[in-house]
Design a protein. Sequence first.
Length: 113
Amino acid sequence: MIKRFILFIFISFSVTGCIGLNTFDAKLDIRGESTFIVDCSNEVNRGKNSTDEGYSCTVKITEKTTFRNENGDEIRIDDFTEGDYVRVIHSDLLGISRENREVKAKEIILLNP
């Protein structure tokens, strides 16, 4: 019984350690009410011999998405304008790739130019 309990605790910690937040920085191309379209070419091409091919990603905004500036102050979605640089924090298990270019934002941070 004790062995099973120890095994359960070990597996719980292992799985919890694998679930984390993913982050990428991008330029905001289009600001919508429920989505941001960002240029995620750098993230898609990270670590690859890349071409000049550009990629756009859809960042879904939910009622749980928070908006902050680099100082950590809470801001509103209206404070973002097209052309701004943003940091997108999401918890989607699949990161940004050529095949997967849509994430649900946990937090979006407005980066200073």
